[in-house]
Unconditional design. Structure first.
Length: 99
């Protein structure tokens, strides 16, 4: 059985702003380019990444962006969305898909 991760004491966390903590969480949960192929279809990883982004947008007073990220997170969790093909392997790039 694994032991829980030791969290910093509250007084250590108070050294950082809420925005800084959210940015750190976003950085921690973002899928790096090196892990992209391995995690691109991992629903929990993708939902976590999107939920962290939503918190960051909320803190930056951008509710519409937060809603979009939360909808993406829910989509990953309820299996209503899936990973698009890798831009370098698919027939279309990401920019073409957005148009």
């Amino acid at each position: 059985m694994s032991q829980p991760t030791q969290l910093p004491k509250t007084n250590q966390l108070s050294e950082f702003s809420t925005l800084e903590l959210a940015q750190a969480l976003m950085e921690r949960l973002s899928i790096s380019p090196n892990d992209w192929h391995r995690l691109k279809s991992n629903r929990n990883s993708r939902a976590s990444e999107q939920a962290a982004a939503a918190v960051l947008y909320l803190l930056k007073d951008q509710p519409q962006e937060a809603i979009a990220r939360l909808e993406q997170a829910v989509g990953w969790l309820d299996r209503s969305i899936s990973a698009p093909p890798c831009p370098s392997h698919g027939s279309r790039g990401i920019e073409e898909m957005r148009e």
